[in-house]
Design a protein around this ligand. Sequence first.
Ligand code: ZN
Length: 150
Amino acid sequence: MFEDLRDLYQEVIFDHNRNPRNFRVIENASREVEGFNPLCGDRLTLYLDIVSGVIEDASFQGSGCAISTASVSLMTEIIKGKTESEAEALFSQFHKMTTTEGEVDMEAVGKLAVLAGVKGYPARVKCATLAWHTLDTALKNEGLESISTE
Ligand code: ZN
């Protein structure tokens, strides 16, 4: 059972890495933030279109390892249609899930659970959380920003 689940999780990660969702530029995005993880070399630019506190559209560009690409691809999918505070709440659930700090609401994280396995690999945690730290910066700041995990 556990092995099957792990295979399924890997399948989802491979799929999002091979065929990333929302891999495009949003022209005139309301937020545009660059994220960089020097530990692995993952780079991404996150674009958000926020209308009246709701994330109407989310996309990204950049290049990174399979974990970082799958993570940002899954993230742009899941945050679309969510309010800024719902997205912040998801960030905190995702952070807990990858660092095991406290109880995680697995129902809330949904498909993101495929990345729970990174917690056993500290170097990969930053690959998985890069997208979310970039999102956090995007939600807290207007205009162009850039962040680094180091
Ligand atoms: Zn990486």
